[in-house]
Structure formats: structure tokens, C-alpha cells
Ligand binder design. Structure first.
Ligand SMILES: [Zn+2]
Length: 469
């Protein structure tokens, strides 16, 4: 039995098929935001089973399994790899119309050339066939990246990270550029004063400095930015519920708040917002000075389920789309950086699709003719990273900005098996343009539209980030 994933999967016109097969398909992948474990790249890890590479750490799959009433033992618990896989195989037919159904079969096909549907009946055969391949050096992490035509991967790293794995990967001359990304969320996570002090201690060790003042904190962060830059970092990333712009800016002082935190005194909500704003503003100026790109992931409502958070931990499938107000504080924050001409290249990813238009128009406010596509409305993220969400992001961007300047897709994944998401995106992009041509809304100029597609899938990102060779 062949899967439904044919050569022209998601491509509903001849023009779309030409765009995909002749212009998009074989371009390398620049995966500029991911959470791949650096140590598994540096050690060229070989996976022992399909469960390990595919189910471990994948909260999308875990959520689906919980909907079906599958006991946690088979999801994140101590059941065997084989039993966990069998439960996933049982779940799969039930995931029809969820993106998991497409991703699953695309991944089986692209990594293992398995073109059978995953069902309880085919589970054992598929598990065996995939595991036989996985246990060979041809399926070690770096081979998997090469198999998927990955040119650049950016991981996500805390300022205190030594980046020893990145140094080791660079030394090994693997042929794949793996760069760190500066993710300083803990440097402004001041909701818990005790935890913040523990973090400051670690930052002191990492920078070999004493951090007894707000100014010293900024100097320590600058030191780490310099180090990350030497290791090839050209991006930072931040996860925020929303931007912060304090209403009573003059009545706060970051140094005074820093000293309160040092004395383990909790800050008020307004003080917390002011502190975050102060750190983010100074970081923004540092990124600009380095020529970096700053990324902001906004709008997630995290850790909603206390009971399961306590037993299973964060990032395990208990987060959802938040309904925070984004526009006003975002515009003021950007303006504050722009007013002194210190606004770095910026990418926004929003989790609430009702903010699509807000974000897409906001980006236009701060493009200043210095860089092509300087402020980007980022690719559909997390819950929106599916066909409908991607089409909505592409359509909003087309209507309110310039699709032609878009830097395209990223996996944002912890898994080495997520790279067919780029193929999924490319097919959806080509199909949208093909539909316009079919409807007479765009001229059938293959060369022009083919170039545009290849820019969005590869060349725009390459030019925008300017990674070191
Ligand atoms: Zn991410």
C-alpha cells in the first residue's frame, strides 16, 4: 500500500508543481531557529529506536495521546520503547486532519522510505524497519542533517552555556554550520527573587565577574554576547507573554530594583515589568551594535496545569495560546530603540492568530530602508505551524507587507526528524502562488515566480543573517 503522500502532495495546480519541483525542492535548508540538542550533534549520536528519536520530547504527540486517554506511563512514563511506539501507532489513525497525521507519514517516507500508513496493524513492521536503519552510522545525527540537505542550524542557548559542543562541532569540520543563539530569558526572569539570585551566581561564574549592580549585570551579558558572537551567533531569542512598556517610567530605577532582588525582596508586578523592559532595552542596543537579529516569541500562556506540571515538568504539553494585548507596548518598545537608531533586525512570532494583522502592520512601522526586510513577521509558530496557520501567515504578510522579502521557514524543533516541515512549508507556499496563477490573479511567469519562491525558501535568509563562513 502506498501512502497518500504523492509527488504532488498539497500541490493543486501544474504551476504549483513546477514551482515546487523545479525551484523549491532541492534548495538547502537554513534552520535559523531550533532547539536541537547540541551534544547530540557534537557526539554524532546514534538513536537506539524510533521511539527515542520520534516520541521522546515531542509534546505535540503527547497531547494527542492524552486526548485519546492513553495512560501517561506510555507517553512520558516508564513503559518500554516498543510499548510507547505501539500506543503511538494506535493513536495515529485518530489524528486525521491534525498536522501530526501529515507530518508522521512525511517523516516516515523521507527518512526511512516507508510508504505505508502507520496503524496498529503495520506498527511492528514499521518499528523494525525504521530501527534497523536508525542503528547504523548513516542515521547518526549529522548524517540525518545532511540527508535533509541542512546547511545551517541555529540552536537555542542560555548566556551561561559554555558552548563547548559548538566549539567541538566547529573543530570537527562536519560540513554543517551549527551556530548558537543567545536566549537570555533567565536574565530578566525576576518573578522569583531566590531563583534569580541563583541564576546571577551562575552568570558570575560564567563571566568570571562579580554582579553586584544592574550595571555589572549588563557588563556580564555584554561579555557573553561577545563570546557568543565569536562562536558564530548572529541571533538572539526571547519568549515573552507580551512586550513591556511601563506607564510610569520615571518612578522606577533598575538599579534600585536590582538591589531589592539581591536582598531577596519580591518585586511588584509593575516593578517586574519595568525590570524586564530595562534589561530587554539594553540587550536590544547590544544586539544592534553587533549587527545581530533579535527574535521575539510572544503570546504563549505557559504551565497552565499545576498538577501535571508538578509530576511531568515544563514544556510537556500544558501550554496554550494566550490572549494578551500586544500592539501598544510592542510599538513603544520598538520606538524606544529606534529613537536612537539602535533597533536591530527583528523577527516577531505570535502565537495568537488574531494578532496576525497587528504584527504584520507593526513590522512596517520600523522598516527604515537600511536592510531588506529588516523587521520580519515570522513564520507561523507552534500551534499555528500547520497548513491553515501557515496560509494565514503568508496571506496576511502578502496583504500587509511584502511576501517577496520573507525569510521563510524554521523548525523550532527539538527533534532531528522535523526537517520535512520545510518541505511542508515549501509545498504550501508554492500551492498558494500556483492558485493565484490558476485564478488569473498573478501572471504565469515561471522564471519570476520561481526566483521569488527560491528567495523565500533560501536566499532571503542567507542574505539577511549573513552567517560567518
Ligand atoms: Zn523556539
Amino acid at each position: 500500500m502506498k501512502t497518500f503522500i504523492s509527488d504532488n502532495f498539497l500541490l493543486h495546480s501544474d504551476f504549483a508543481a513546477t514551482l515546487y519541483h523545479d525551484y523549491a525542492k532541492s534548495l538547502p535548508i537554513i534552520d535559523y531557529h531550533s532547539h536541537l540538542p547540541q551534544d547530540q550533534i557534537s557526539k554524532n549520536h546514534v538513536f537506539k529506536s524510533l521511539t527515542e528519536i520520534w516520541l521522546k520530547g515531542d509534546h505535540y504527540k503527547w497531547r494527542a495521546m492524552r486526548v485519546l486517554g492513553i495512560p501517561e506511563k506510555f507517553i512520558t512514563g516508564d513503559a518500554s520503547d516498543q510499548d510507547k511506539f505501539n500506543q503511538w501507532a494506535y493513536a495515529i489513525p485518530h489524528t486525521m486532519r491534525n498536522p501530526l497525521y501529515h507530518w508522521t507519514h512525511l517523516e516516515l517516507l523521507r527518512y526511512f522510505e516507508i510508504d505505508e500508513l502507520l496503524t496498529p496493524e503495520t506498527a511492528n513492521k514499521i518499528y523494525k524497519t525504521a530501527n534497523e536503519q536508525l542503528n547504523t552510522p548513516q542515521f547518526a545525527t549529522r548524517s540525518l542533517l545532511k540527508r535533509m540537505n541542512v546547511e545551517v542550524v541555529c540552536t537555542t542557548d542560555d548566556p551561561i552555556d559554555s558552548l563547548c559542543d559548538h566549539l567541538s562541532i566547529a573543530d570537527q569540520r562536519t560540513g554543517i554550520a551549527v551556530f548558537p543563539t543567545f536566549r537570555p530569558d533567565r536574565s530578566f526572569a525576576v518573578e522569583d527573587a531566590a531563583a534569580y539570585n541563583t541564576y546571577l551566581n551562575k552568570l558570575e561564574v560564567a563571566t568570571n565577574t562579580e554582579i553586584q549592580s544592574f550595571d555589572a549585570l549588563l557588563k556580564a551579558l555584554q561579555k557573553r554576547i561577545n563570546y557568543f558572537h565569536e562562536c558564530g551567533a548572529r541571533l538572539s531569542d526571547h519568549g515573552l507573554e507580551h512586550f513591556y512598556y511601563p506607564s510610569a517610567k520615571d518612578s522606577f530605577n533598575p538599579e534600585r530594583l536590582f538591589q531589592k532582588l539581591k536582598q531577596q525582596i519580591s518585586l511588584t508586578v509593575e516593578e517586574i515589568h519595568f525590570y524586564k523592559y530595562s534589561v530587554l532595552l539594553e540587550l536590544g542596543r547590544m544586539y544592534h551594535a553587533k549587527g545581530w537579529t533579535q527574535q521575539f516569541h510572544v503570546g504563549a500562556l505557559r504551565n497552565t496545569n499545576q498538577r501535571l506540571l508538578k509530576s511531568i515538568g515544563p514544556d510537556s504539553g500544558f501550554d496554550s495560546i494566550g490572549d494578551f494585548s500586544q500592539g501598544v507596548s510592542m510599538s513603544r518598545f520598538l520606538n524606544e530603540l529606534d529613537i536612537t537608531n539602535q533597533l536591530a533586525k527583528t523577527i516577531f512570532y505570535n502565537l495568537n492568530p488574531s494578532d496576525n494583522e497587528v504584527i504584520a502592520t507593526m513590522t512596517g512601522n520600523f522598516n527604515d530602508g537600511s536592510v531588506k526586510g529588516k523587521i520580519q513577521f515570522g513564520s507561523a509558530w507552534w500551534f499555528l505551524d500547520q497548513k491553515d496557520g501557515m496560509e494565514k501567515q503568508l496571506n496576511t504578510l502578502s496583504n500587509l507587507g511584502l511576501l517577496s522579502c520573507f525569510i521563510g521557514m524554521l523548525t523550532d524543533s527539538r527533534s532531528f526528524m522535523s526537517f520535512p516541515r520545510h518541505e511542508y512549508f515549501r509545498r504550501i507556499l508554492c500551492n498558494l502562488i500556483g492558485e493565484d496563477v490558476k485564478n488569473g490573479e498573478l501572471p504565469a511567469d515561471e522564471k519570476w515566480l520561481g526566483q521569488l519562491v527560491s528567495n523565500i525558501c533560501y536566499h532571503n535568509a542567507k542574505e539577511y543573517f549573513n552567517f560567518k563562513n
